[in-house]
Ligand binder design. Sequence first.
Ligand code: DAH
Length: 346
Amino acid sequence: MLSNLRIMIDKINELLKAVENFSPKSLEEVEEFRLKYLSKKGLIPSLFNDFRTLSPDEKKVVGVEINKLKQVATEKVNSLKASLVVNDNSELEIDLSRPGDPLNLGSRHPLSIVRNEIISIFTRLGFIVADGREIEDDDHNFGKLNFPADHPARDMQDTFFISSDMNVLLRTHTSSSQAHEMSEMKPPIRSLSPGRVYRNEAISARAHCLFHQIEGLYVDKNVSFADLKQTLDYFAKEMFGEKTKIRLRPSYFPFTEPSAEMDVSCTLCGGKGCNVCKGTGWLEILGCGMVDPNVFVFAEIDPQVYSGYAFGMGIERITMLKYGIKDLRLFFENDIRFLEQFSSVY
Ligand code: DAH
């Protein structure tokens, strides 16, 4: 028969092994373990029940062993608790050596890139930017630009009116800035006015009710058509490349006389003819002309003393030609897959 002492020592060793091998995954398991082994009625304190049956000498030996076991188990519970608390909050730990999250850099909208590029070309020639207004009155959008009340040219511009008397409207072109500049500044004037314009048109791949133009105006003594042509030739070469040619075709605008439309040699085929230029070798990019004397009179500038030229172009159209974009609607959808293709110094 095994002695009580032997039985108890074996039991203590068994428990010690179990304590040492215990490897929990959660704090709940540790708590279960603590209750099972260390609580008042747990396995370790229960050892003292059998303790009473031992002789005083045996008690000395076993007592030491039970206390050791109790200490090992208590320390194990405490250290497990501490390490599991840390692991549970591992996301809160700060690892200073971890690389930062990359920042998604934005890029400019293609229309802003092209607008800025146009501005930078003309500011090199001494033009300054003078912002106009998107909400205009009839006078600045039409009247002061020599559109008579019943002039058929008004029909060319499908206008969004704001007031019922049709006096306040969303400007249909940036030419309205000319009317402000000529009456608010003194010549010489060399200004550029970029901005939004609005027309009541059905939205399609080639037309939109909102688009962007940039207007140029130069008023001084002895400004000639040759000055206009030279300026636009410089612009076209800077914008589309050294080899670009321009041609001016006679046209009609109420506020310029004579008026012209300017074509550039096709940016894709260089003038040989392709489907972008519809086989002609040329692409129309802007309207221009010499400021009509009537416009000077409306602005109280003496047309006997001053002359001037003006030009206006659509930023969407130039952007489409420059980047080979086929659908105008892409500019307004803000699809990140489209926008992130553009980056520029402008
Ligand atoms: N305002 C005209 C348009 O929207 C463009 C234009 C033509 C502007 C001739 C000008 C100009 O300054 O001289 O179609």
